[in-house]
Structure formats: structure tokens, C-alpha cells
Design a protein around this ligand. Structure first.
Ligand SMILES: C[S@@+](CC[C@H](N)C(=O)[O-])C[C@H]1O[C@@H](n2cnc3c(N)ncnc32)[C@H](O)[C@@H]1O
Length: 298
């Protein structure tokens, strides 16, 4: 099911777009793409509330200012701010570990929004691709121009099969493993579309590749309207997990290498809540999964 756009005006990609144009284009983003402002606000200012998780994003605050976005509503939603900072730290750690093994490898951020993970993960020899829907990439072209030839941008619609090849990502024996990040994206796709994204990754990614994704519990599906930040955007949660292990069931080359719950940020109270709700939910309320592509995984 496609979300209804808040405006039908098309966004024109242009590196020369001025600040006022960007702010207008941002205000006219359709419902799901507009959710990118929530994690952007959390990365920009969330460190005030959770200094131990401050990600030190060098660009997020400037982007919010250029887009004339009032971040106060997101910053009133502290659980979401915590979720974003926690996942940012986990992705940084996963990226650092991956590129220490593959210093010249590729990282890909699917549904990148206005993230800038390459500020932390640039090893001087690796490559990074940021990809999102055309409306978002139009904004990104104007605001976050790639700074070196090892970094590039591409448009992608993950609901259209064949995206791995269209993005020109490596595949087959001899290709370098790829680190794929997909954060804050899959919950807005239909379950069949999410399975297709996982299957496409599994079919094409070279052995040793990793996919780091976040997921909500399946109980959240259909309830975005009551979410403190997402509710106002008009976007809906369409997919969630019943068990993290089901992610790897999609394809025989997939293995669930790591499962993390945001409850780890809440100390004993969080761990106790996780243990109490797990028999009912089967998965964390909000968590991260790291999937690996291994021939003979099952
Ligand atoms: C909550 S934002 C997350 C943005 C970014 N990953 C972050 O963490 O800041 C959701 C993102 O998913 C992207 N998205 C949603 N559906 C998509 C699709 N079918 N193909 C590619 N990107 C999509 C949106 O455009 C938006 O940028």
C-alpha cells in the first residue's frame, strides 16, 4: 500500500538549489520520506539529553537550520531520541568492525535520508553509497554533496525488485563483501516488500556481506498514529517482527548474526521489561538485527 503524498509537487534535484528552495522542498516531502527529519533532529540535538550516547554529528544541526525545521516536537519524544542515538552508535560500531576487516570495501545506506555515516566510517580507502527515493535524493544532492570520489549518491525504490544491480553493487565470487545499513525504513514497507528486500540482498550480496537493520515489534503495526513523533507525519507502520530469527528464514544464505534490544539502554528495568514482554512479543519492542550472507548458512 502506497502512502498518500502530502503534496504532489515534484522535487527537482539540483546542487544549486538555494536555502529557501530546500526548505520548501522539505516541507513538501510525502509522509514517509518526511520521517527523515525525526532521526535528523535526534542526531543533531539528542546529545543534550543523552550525553553518553551523543553521536557528534557534524552536519545534522546545520541541515535542520537550513531546512528551517523546528526540532522541538521530536526532542519532546525522548524515547525516540534515545532509539536513534542508540542505533547510530551500534551502526558506527558495526561499520568500524566491518571496515577493519575490509578496508577497501563498500558501505551502502538504503533509505539514507539525511544521514552522514561516512563522516565516521571513512577509512581513507573504502567506498560509500547513499541511496533513497528521488524526492529525498533531490534534497540530499543540494545539501550533502559527496566530498570525494569514494562516496556517491543514487536514487532507489526498494519496493522495485532489481535494486541491487541498478545500484551497481558487487556480486558473485571474488567480489568484496558489502555492508548494508537500512535504519528507520523497513517498518514503512509492506511485509512482502520487506521479505523481497531481504531476499534480494541474500541472492546478490557477496559472501561475508552484512545487513544491519532496525525493526519494531509486530504489535506496533498500524499504530503509528499514536507514536509521539511519527504520528504527525501521516506515515504508517506496516511491518514489524514476531521473532528476529524470522529475518534469516527468508533465504538460505542469510544468518542472524546479532540481535540487539534498545532495552539495554534502560539498565535493569529495561532488561526486566524485555524479559517480561518477550513471551508475548517474541522480539524486542525496538531492536537491531545484523544479518550475514554465508553460503551454507542453513
Ligand atoms: C525515518 S526515515 C530514515 C532515514 C535515515 N535512514 C535515518 O535514519 O536518518 C525513512 C527513510 O526511508 C526512506 N524510504 C521509505 N520508503 C523507501 C523506499 N521504498 N525506497 C527507498 N527508501 C525509502 C524514506 O525516503 C526516508 O528517507
Amino acid at each position: 500500500m502506497q502512502q498518500q503524498p502530502r503534496s504532489r509537487r515534484r522535487v527537482q534535484p539540483s546542487a544549486a538549489r538555494g536555502a529557501a528552495d530546500c526548505a520548501q522542498a522539505c516541507a513538501r516531502l510525502p509522509a514517509v520520506p518526511s520521517t527523515l527529519l525525526i532521526p535528523l533532529a535526534a542526531r543533531a540535538h539528542g546529545g543534550r539529553y543523552f550525553p553518553w550516547l551523543d553521536c557528534g554529528d557534524a552536519v545534522a544541526a546545520q541541515l535542520l537550520e537550513r531546512l528551517e525545521v523546528d526540532a522541538s516536537a521530536t526532542l519532546d519524544d525522548l524515547p525516540t531520541v534515545l532509539n536513534v542515538l542508540w542505533r547510530t552508535r551500534a551502526i558506527k560500531e558495526a561499520g568500524a568492525a566491518f571496515f577493519s576487516q575490509h578496508p577497501q570495501g563498500w558501505g551502502v545506506n538504503l533509505g539514507c535520508g539525511l544521514t552522514h555515516h561516512f563522516q565516521w566510517l571513512d577509512t581513507g580507502a573504502n567506498h560509500w553509497l547513499d541511496a533513497d527515493l528521488p524526492a529525498v535524493m533531490g534534497l540530499r544532492e543540494a545539501l550533502l554533496v559527496p566530498r570525494c570520489p569514494r562516496q556517491r549518491h543514487a536514487q532507489v525504490d526498494l519496493t522495485q525488485p532489481g535494486w541491487w544491480q541498478r545500484l551497481g553493487l558487487g556480486q558473485g565470487a571474488g567480489a568484496q563483501p558489502v555492508l548494508v545499513v537500512c535504519e528507520g525504513v523497513l517498518m514503512y514497507l509492506q511485509p512482502d516488500q520487506v521479505r523481497a528486500v531481504l531476499a534480494e540482498f541474500a541472492q546478490h550480496a557477496p559472501e561475508g556481506s552484512r545487513l544491519v537493520l532496525d525493526a519494531l515489534t509486530r504489535q506496533a503495526v498500524g499504530h503509528a498514529g499514536v507514536h509521539a513523533s511519527v504520528g504527525a507525519t501521516g506515515a504508517e507502520f506496516c511491518w514489524g517482527v514476531g521473532r528476529m530469527a524470522e529475518l534469516a528464514d527468508v533465504h538460505p544464505r542469510l544468518a542472524l548474526l546479532r540481535e540487539q534490544s534498545v532495552s539495554e539502554c534502560y539498565g535493569w528495568a529495561g532488561l526486566a521489561l524485555d524479559m517480561l514482554t518477550r513471551p508475548w512479543l517474541g522480539a524486542p519492542l525496538y531492536g537491531l538485527a545484523t544479518l550475514g550472507v554465508e553460503d551454507g548458512a542453513h
